[in-house]
Design a protein around this ligand. Structure first.
Ligand code: TYD
Ligand code: MG
Length: 454
């Protein structure tokens, strides 16, 4: 007989250690290891005799149609999902507390219910009255969705059993759900994992779309969560500054659509409102003729987005110069500063550097290098960049400007928003695609960072 053994599971990343230790080897967090009874048992030598069902292997061709989609009617959410919810799938929606996860999911569930399908919202965080108040504030009180406040997995599963028509089920949040068979507290890795697995199993067998809402810990990972990310079909992150009204929903994993797709929302007193044209919004507060600013023509998922990159230099007070970055990668900034110094003789090393992507968007594309370099150069020389110009291109360690994907989509967006010119990577290889023709846009090719100085 297999023996129950204890093991120690990190509550931050889910790594397992055989012995207790103060610090998790996998993620480096302190005091996150918690004792658990290991439930894993191998099949053992009796497996063959136990009579497993023999698998039948089939070919790749078949009659299976693409999954039927369930649109929420909130276009920004539908696009991030890859075209609405997929029945029988599980989506994890993560984000900081207070960012608007409950709000958007209540809005989505209400829309689906108003469209005539059964939508259920299980709140583990708020009482029924609180959710009703919120719904009234959002003008959704009339929507025929099913609402319940519960945290016991047994109750929730029993409730779902009797709802054979359910098309979508929201569990807000997965960290509040607990299974009485486990000793550990709600929110621990083992509880979150066990409860999520059971709910996902229900979703697959009953064919409803499941949404698990999860909070992000202060380190930016979902609590109990690496564990969840591989169990679900899609992971969406809700990002944004709480002091800012803009919210960005980003698909970081999606088995049914593109990743890095974003949806942009504005938080108003009537809940989250879609922003159909994010570029216009991100550029709305831009003032031309200020040094240290450049417009980056980026791609988020399948959509072009223009954002302003702002940079400020100030003489360092001594000691280690500050590098303050919002919305971009600070490692990437250090690299660019080094390249500017080594390849363009532009020493900014003694300055504090502040870099900000206006509007609260977090850029992940290397294509932003050229726009950041332009903003840095503009700040260093105190000469504004051309306000009608957009920039995109990746910068290599020798200062060369490298090609990036989807040049044409970037240029079209720039044209649409009234820009007149673009600085983009020079074509080097003979076989490379011709410059995209976007009438009315002047194209300036840059082969090296030094070309920007000229
Ligand atoms: P909420 O959806 O509760 O966040 P989460 O579930 O991610 O923790 O959103 C909470 C914030 O949103 C709260 O600070 C108030 C604000 N809010 C509005 O500004 N307008 C609204 O209509 C609603 C419902 C919330
Ligand atoms: Mg909430």
């Amino acid at each position: 007989m297999a023996k129950d053994r204890t093991r120690f599971v990190c509550q931050a990343c889910g790594a397992v250690a055989p012995k207790w230790q103060g610090r998790c080897d996998a993620c480096g967090e302190w005091n996150t290891l918690v004792e658990e009874v290991s439930e894993a048992r191998g099949l053992g030598p009796a497996a063959k005799a136990a009579g497993g069902r023999r698998l039948e292997f089939v070919g790749l061709e078949g009659k299976s149609a693409p999954p039927a989609r369930m649109l929420t009617g909130i276009a920004e959410l539908d696009r991030v999902l890859g075209g609405g919810f997929v029945p029988g799938s599980a989506v994890l929606v993560g984000g900081d507390p207070g960012i608007g996860k409950s709000t958007i999911m209540l809005q989505a569930a209400a829309r689906i219910a108003a469209g005539g399908r059964r939508a259920l919202y299980v709140s583990g965080e708020e009482a029924v009255e609180q959710v009703r108040l919120r719904a009234a504030r959002l003008g959704l009180a009339k929507a025929p969705l099913g609402l319940a406040a519960a945290t016991s997995l047994r109750d929730i599963a029993a409730g779902l059993e009797s709802e054979s028509e359910a098309a979508v089920v929201i569990m807000d949040s997965i960290q509040t759900v607990w299974l009485d068979a486990l000793d550990s507290a709600p929110g621990t890795v083992s509880q979150v994992r066990a409860c999520a697995a059971e709910l996902i199993r229900l979703a697959k067998t009953r064919g409803f779309a499941l949404v698990l809402v999860g909070h992000v810990t202060k380190e930016g990972t979902l609590a109990g969560p690496r564990v969840l990310e591989h169990m679900v079909d899609a992971t969406l992150h809700f990002e944004g500054d709480r002091g800012h009204q803009f919210r960005i929903l980003r698909a970081v994993k999606n088995r049914f659509g593109a990743t890095d797709e974003i949806g942009v929302f504005e938080m108003t007193e009537h809940g989250l409102v879609e922003v159909a044209n994010p570029s216009a919004l991100f550029l709305a507060e831009r003032r031309g003729n200020v040094s240290g600013s450049a417009v980056f023509a980026g791609i988020e998922g399948t959509r072009p987005v223009l954002v302003e990159v702002q940079c400020l230099l100030s003489p360092s007070a001594g000691g280690q110069p500050r590098r303050q970055v919002v919305g971009w990668d600070s490692g990437r900034l250090s690299m660019l500063l080094a390249v500017l110094e080594a390849r363009c003789a532009m020493g900014l090393g003694m300055n504090d550097v502040y870099l900000n992507v206006a509007g609260g968007l977090r850029i992940q594309e290397p294509a932003a290098d050229l726009a950041v370099a332009a903003a840095l150069m503009s700040a260093a020389t105190d000469r504004p960049t051309d306000p009608g110009m957009v920039y995109f291109g990746e910068v290599g360690l020798s200062g060369e400007v490298r090609q990036v994907a989807q040049a044409e989509a970037r240029l079209r967006e720039a044209k649409k928003l009234g820009f007149e010119a673009a600085t983009l990577p020079r074509r080097i290889a003979r076989g490379s695609a011709p410059l995209p023709a976007v009438p009315g846009l002047k194209l300036k090719e840059a082969g090296h960072l030094a070309d920007l100085v000229a």
